[in-house]
Design a binder for this molecule. Structure first.
Ligand SMILES: Cc1cc2nc3c(=O)[nH]c(=O)nc-3n(C[C@H](O)[C@H](O)[C@H](O)COP(=O)(O)OP(=O)(O)OC[C@H]3O[C@@H](n4cnc5c(N)ncnc54)[C@H](O)[C@@H]3O)c2cc1C
Length: 425
């Protein structure tokens, strides 16, 4: 039995306060830890360490045994979100409304633990926590917060985030989805349009859809409740036969004059600021999440290299080219994790910029994909068997490099900040 690791409703009781870093006994002869090469754990508070350790235990004991079948069958077990909810892992950085109110770093350590098992499991959780609960908390009315957040924190109400459209991915500002006053229902908008590649959409109860208000042409956020949609106005078909992120469920959102109460629109936020500000939190989580996936690749490749013998009975780990792959990957994990912790600390102090988050999202996703692909080679032909898990991580990490701003798009964000010149168009 796992007890809730996060006390609900404690607000700032966790690590938003100045960090109480766990002190370690000084040693005249410290040993190098290949699992944490630069000692990032020395930067964590007691609470963050406890959260990280318990999340790791839940993920390894409860999630990991399910992942192979889930990936093979392209099946997402919804009970996972309820289990995470029971442990207080959903919307964990939110203050109040049944959420734990932990630091951004602690939130990132949860994504790291989940993604060590599978990026698809982490995606389902990130959408719930950062892309639906996050904006409701940031932009919603008090009524919207009271109505949705406590049930979402328990994992009993499931969310999806609809920004990407079939014709507009990297350029969401050109979206075609539209909201106009409903022709017959007073106090309602009518939403029409199509969203694609939407995590959780086929099973979501509440779908946060971004659409342009016809009267102003400005993007607004609408909370579409599936249970209230008349037949034929909302369809969410699954996109099947993916070759990555198969342990999560992905689909479309098709809206045909779907009536949505005005009370379900975010009242004030307009334009891309709405979707982009919640993407910032999700991207931060990804930056630490992908480090978890790469850590799993390193651990598996190291074990394999120590056990597999080729040429005169030597383990693969004896060869320089194999050692270099492990050294490259361990170095990138160590640097990437430290960078994310620094950005998380600045985020909680209100000093992080979107460009900093673009930098760690891009760098860590690129590094995780590049190194996972290199480590895959250590497994030789066995890499092709899903039982070795490395191929699953590689396929997943392609997606993490692509969604929430493809890496080249983040280069353009950074390039604009460095030169002052916009290179998107
Ligand atoms: C499994 C999965 C789950 C997803 N979940 C969600 C979700 O929950 N919600 C959601 O809204 N979206 C989701 N997405 C969509 C994802 O965010 C988009 O795929 C991503 O934004 C890229 O858009 P696109 O696929 O249309 O690619 P495109 O925009 O067509 O880009 C294709 C390529 O062209 C490059 N490119 C585009 N414009 C430029 C430019 N100006 N200069 C240089 N290069 C450029 C890109 O970098 C990319 O390499 C998901 C995607 C996947 C695969």
């Amino acid at each position: 039995m796992f007890r809730p690791i996060l006390r609900r409703g404690l607000g700032s009781a966790f690590a938003r306060r100045p960090a109480a870093v766990r002190s370690y006994a000084s040693s005249s002869n410290p040993a190098f830890q290949w699992e944490d090469p630069l000692g990032f754990k020395h930067l964590l508070t007691e609470e963050e360490l406890a959260i990280s350790e318990t999340a790791e235990r839940y993920c390894q004991e409860k999630m990991a045994p399910r992942v192979l079948e889930a990936y093979r069958d392209e099946h997402y077990d919804q009970r996972i979100l309820e289990e995470m909810g029971d442990l207080g892992l959903l919307g964990a950085t939110i203050q109040g409304y049944g959420c734990a109110g932990v630091s951004s770093v602690a939130g990132g350590l949860i994504t790291r633990a989940v993604e060590r098992v599978d990026s698809g499991y982490r995606s389902a959780m990130s959408v719930q926590s950062s892309l639906v609960m996050g904006p409701i908390y940031e932009f919603g009315t008090e009524e919207q917060k009271e109505k949705f957040l406590p049930e979402m924190a328990k994992g009993r109400l499931l969310g999806a985030f609809g920004l990407t459209e079939p014709n507009h991915g990297s350029d969401p500002g050109s979206m075609e989805s539209v909201a106009k006053p409903h022709p017959t229902k007073k106090g309602y908008y009518s939403l029409s349009g199509a969203k694609t590649w939407i995590t959780n959409s086929p099973i979501a109860d509440v779908l946060l859809v971004w659409a342009k208000l016809q009267e102003t042409g400005k993007i607004r956020g609408f909370l579409v409740e599936r249970k209230d949609c008349p037949p034929g106005t909302l369809e969410t078909p699954a996109i099947k036969n993916k070759n990555g992120l198969r342990a999560s469920i992905t689909g479309m959102i098709q809206l045909d004059n779907c009536p949505v109460p005005e009370a379900n629109m975010f009242p004030d936020v307009e334009g891309l600021k709405g979707p982009f500000s919640c993407l910032n939190s999700a991207r931060y989580g990804i930056s630490l999440g992908v480090m978890g996936a790469l850590e799993d690749c390193i651990a598996r490749a190291r074990t394999y290299a120590l056990e597999r013998k080729q040429f005169k009975g030597n383990p693969l780990a004896r060869y320089q080219l194999v050692q270099k792959k492990l050294a490259d990957a361990a170095t990138d994990v160590a640097y990437g994790t430290l960078a994310s912790i620094q950005v998380g600390r600045l985020k909680d102090e209100g000093k992080a910029t979107p460009e900093m988050i673009s930098m760690v999202k891009r760098q860590n996703c690129d590094a995780a994909l590049r190194n996972a692909r290199a480590l895959q080679e250590i497994f030789g032909g066995n890499a092709v068997s899903d039982e070795y898990h490395i191929g699953r991580h590689v396929a997943n990490l392609f997606v993490t490099q692509t969604y929430e701003g493809q890496s080249d798009i983040h280069s353009l964000i950074l390039g604009r900040a460095i030169t002052g010149i916009q290179a998107f168009v």
